[in-house]
Ligand binder design. Structure first.
Ligand SMILES: Nc1nc2c(c(=O)[nH]1)N[C@H]1C(S)=C(S)[C@@H](COP(=O)(O)OP(=O)(O)OC[C@H]3O[C@@H](n4cnc5c(=O)[nH]c(N)nc54)[C@H](O)[C@@H]3O)O[C@H]1N2
Ligand SMILES: Nc1nc2c(c(=O)[nH]1)N[C@H]1C(S)=C(S)[C@@H](COP(=O)(O)OP(=O)(O)OC[C@H]3O[C@@H](n4cnc5c(=O)[nH]c(N)nc54)[C@H](O)[C@@H]3O)O[C@H]1N2
Ligand code: SF4
Ligand SMILES: [Mo]
Length: 732
């Protein structure tokens, strides 16, 4: 028996250290590994990862489609035949239609520093180019809001600093389940022990609200900006704003105040005004506003989910404005809002946007330049630092539309080939029924995965990939990535599976290019050196290294303490409550230059409500990583996949707990059990993302893939909108 030091590489942002017990080449047990970091506590998905590694439905060998595309019928072929066919088709399609006809759908599956989406990007760049997307599903609203207000992405204080707060406001933030930086839950637990008041604002009574909060304030999804604005109104009404702070560090507060008082458009943004929109009683809004403004310092932590909506950027902009109004920026125990990341960035090192991803501690293997977008101009509504993408890119939410309509529909290219790695994109992108149609129309589809996912079913060539337990990698937690952890390969790749890195090395040979002169180990060693890890071998052996950072790190401390020498990295040098770069978009009605509550499509007033009266939102489940683990029975036992519905809404529909129900709208229908519960606000239903798409002969998805119901559209700032959806629920 050997004990292999490793780290969980699932995309939850956690990076929990693990000890993998291996006997005769087989994983027999996985335990939490003590590296002196009590905050890193693995969950079931790490501790029971062997159930996924050894799942009976693991893909074992390369396969070629034999039935209709999407039917899921395949035959076994050799690696050599599979790679030859990919090389041939890729070359022929590029020759016939140009490189922009190849779409790379690579996403969050492998979340290590070597084994991730960058590998496919590199391969496709070095062999001629590709079309990629813009607009990250995770936090584009926060990205837009953070860049506009602060000019910076890493706006968070280190989590340890929460212990200096007098009050913590968790807004659409559920770290007990969706982790949000491994340390978050740990320091919240400590904060609770210390008696620091914690309030959760969420449409559901989450595990976080149930176990960590003193108060749960239920709210209708997508209406948070209205509540923030009414809180700002109360703060101004009572004269509780930190006027000296606003005068010194911000621009545009006067305009915002005129909007609050009704000076600008005739409606005072009172708590009574917000009650009608949010469903939160005016008295609760008043009490929370006064409490937040007078508990100094206070930390308002805005989760990403409320920003994942059709007006997502307004939520993030309004949260940051409240933080500035109360002087909670750049101080211990406060929180600035924005994207709320905190990273150990060394002098001279930039946090850069790589495609749609933030390069936290850089990825190990460079993606190289894409010949397709190299000389292309920015999109007409791209603004450097806020929306910076070239004309050839397709927004994530428009992918299926771009496939179906191409140049005729105003897109840059006609898409003919899909290359998928690290993603179950058909399942995870909006408008899944439309996606299935779109993929059927392509000429060639390649998928690298570990399982026969709904996306893999649509492959022409399907390649089996090994899991993180079967290769080496380095992992750095996102959000608060001040640590490096080493995932030592515990077992050999199962069956005929290979890593994406090895697949691209082999495929490169078929196409006459050297994918990488360096080995996996060379890249890992380089990255460790770049990050200042002194002894690579020792790092591998212990599996852990704490990177050097000031403790606890408070973002914008310098700007607040020494404004003469340090400005905010915005064009005005200040916190931009008014943002000229947004004003320049000239879309005031949907994208105002000061934060405002803007009515959503499929929101409170949409006439569609007559037919689809319930509001649906789609959070992340503790038993899955997106769609991963859905196929592993054990994890479904943790919590069956279901639609949450309040008894107030269930009763008139004659729905009882565990009844099978349909959830439908004009985009499609899914069928799954009901979870009748008071833990969700009335008028609102919830289905976790990640159920596997499985349409029956009538086109009803029996797998409960919620993206069937989600609109393929983005917010004006580019946010993915899976939390802005109207539906009806009925007994199946
Ligand atoms: N267990 C688990 N953890 C994960 C992941 C996973 O798949 N599984 N995925 C990881 C990834 S890639 C990401 S991007 C992050 C996402 O992290 P988050 O966006 O924070 O996660 P969600 O679960 O979508 O939402 C957090 C909370 O917001 C609430 N919420 C949803 N809409 C609204 C709203 O309009 N208003 C308010 N006030 N609350 C709302 C939800 O009920 C939920 O409790 O999570 C990461 N962590
Ligand atoms: N409705 C709704 N949809 C959402 C969200 C939401 O909140 N609501 N959240 C969105 C967010 S934040 C995200 S980040 C996306 C995630 O979207 P995806 O990245 O598509 O999510 P997964 O379902 O985890 O798919 C990853 C796939 O990669 C495979 N995989 C794992 N490791 C490897 C590897 O090393 N190599 C290869 N080739 N494959 C591997 C897994 O088996 C899995 O099938 O989903 C988005 N979709
Ligand atoms: S899934 Fe996330 S929280 Fe769970 S063990 Fe893995 S890294 Fe840790
Ligand atoms: Mo994400």
């Amino acid at each position: 028996m050997k004990i292999v030091p490793s780290v969980c590489c699932n995309d939850c942002g956690g990076s929990c250290p693990l000890s993998i017990y291996v006997d005769e080449g087989k994983i027999v047990n996985i335990e939490a590994r003590d590296v002196g970091l009590p905050a890193f506590r693995p969950c079931a998905r790490g501790l029971l990862a062997q159930y996924r590694v050894y799942a009976p439905d693991r893909l074992q060998y390369p396969m070629k489609r034999v039935g209709e595309r999407g039917e899921g019928k395949f035959k076994r072929i050799s690696w050599d035949d599979a790679l030859s066919e990919i090389a041939e088709k890729l070359t022929a399609i590029r020759a016939k239609y140009g490189p922009a006809s190849v779409f790379n759908l690579s996403w969050s599956g492998g979340d290590g520093k070597v084994h991730n989406f960058c590998l496919a990007a590199r391969f496709l760049n070095m062999t001629g180019g590709q079309t990629t997307w813009w607009g990250g599903a995770s936090f584009q609203g926060g990205y837009f809001g953070g860049m506009a207000t602060y000019g910076k992405l890493d706006t968070g204080n280190e989590r340890a600093d929460l212990l200096n707060s007098k009050m913590i406001l968790l807004w659409g933030c559920n770290p007990a389940e969706s982790i949000f930086g491994t340390e978050t839950r740990y320091y919240l637990t400590q904060a609770k022990e210390k008696g620091i008041r914690i309030v959760c604002v969420d449409p559901r009574l989450t595990e976080t609200a149930a176990t960590l909060a003193h108060q749960w304030i239920p709210i209708r999804p997508g209406t948070d900006a209205a509540m923030f604005i009414a809180m700002a109104y109360v703060i101004v009404e009572k004269g509780l704003q930190d006027q000296a702070f606003l005068d010194k560090y911000t621009v545009g507060f006067d305009m915002f105040r005129d909007y609050l008082t009704g000076e600008e458009e005739g409606i005072a943004k009172t708590p009574e005004w917000a009650e009608k929109i949010t469903g939160v009683p005016a008295a609760t809004i008043r009490q929370l506003a006064i409490e937040y403004a007078t508990s100094k310092p206070a930390a308002l932590l805005p989760g990403f989910a409320p920003g994942r909506g059709s007006r997502g950027e307004q939520y993030h902009r309004a949260a940051a404005t409240l933080a500035a109004m109360t002087g909670n920026v750049g101080v211990h125990g406060g929180a600035a809002g924005g994207l709320d990341l905190s990273m150990a960035v060394k002098p001279g090192e930039e946090i850069a946007i790589v495609r749609n991803y933030i390069e936290i501690f850089s990825f190990a293997v460079p993606m190289l330049t894409n010949p397709v977008d190299k000389d292309n101009p920015p999109h007409e509504y791209a603004v450097k630092g806020i929306r910076s993408h070239t004309v050839d890119k397709v927004h994530q939410t428009h992918l299926w539309d771009a496939m179906l309509r191409g140049k005729a529909g105003g897109y840059y290219s006609d898409l003919k080939m899909l290359y998928v790695t690290n993603s179950n994109g058909l399942n995870q992108l909006p408008a899944t029924d439309k996606g299935a149609q779109a993929i059927k129309g392509l000429e060639f589809v390649v998928v690298h995965d570990q399982f026969m996912t709904p996306t893999a079913k649509f492959a022409d060539i399907l390649l089996p990939v090994c899991t993180w337990a079967e290769r080496n990698d380095i992992r750095m937690p996102w959000m608060f990535g001040h640590y490096a952890l080493f995932a030592n390969k515990a077992i050999e790749p199962l069956y005929e599976s290979k890593s994406d890195f090895d697949i691209f090395q082999e495929l490169g040979k078929k196409m006459g290019v050297t994918f990488s002169e360096k080995t996996e180990d060379d890249w890992l060693r380089d990255l460790a050196t770049k990050k200042g890890i002194p002894d690579y071998e020792a790092f591998k052996a212990t599996g852990f290294y704490k990177l050097q950072t000031p403790e606890p790190y408070v973002c914008f401390e310098k700007q607040i303490k020494d404004p003469e020498h340090y400005q905010f990295p915005t064009p005005s040098g200040k916190i931009e409550i008014f943002c000229q770069r947004i004003a320049d978009f000239d879309q005031q009605d949907v994208l105002p230059a000061i934060p405002k509550y803007v009515e959503a499509w499929e929101g409170q007033a949409d006439p569609k409500r007559a037919q689809y009266p319930l509001q649906l939102f789609t959070p992340h489940s503790r038993k899955r990583v997106h769609s991963q683990f859905h196929n592993v029975a054990w994890f479904n036992e943790m919590e069956p996949h279901a639609v949450w519905i309040n008894p107030v809404d269930a009763k008139p529909r004659h729905i009882k707990n565990e009844d099978r129900v349909t959830v439908s709208n004009d985009r499609g229908t899914i069928c799954l059990p009901a979870k009748v519960t008071n833990r969700i606000v009335p008028g609102v239903v919830c289905v976790y993302e990640g159920g596997w798409y499985n349409p029956d002969a009538n086109g009803v998805d029996q797998g409960g893939c919620v993206n069937v119901l989600v609109k393929g559209e983005h917010s004006p700032g580019g946010a993915f909108c899976p939390n802005t959806v109207l539906v009806e629920v009925a007994k199946a």
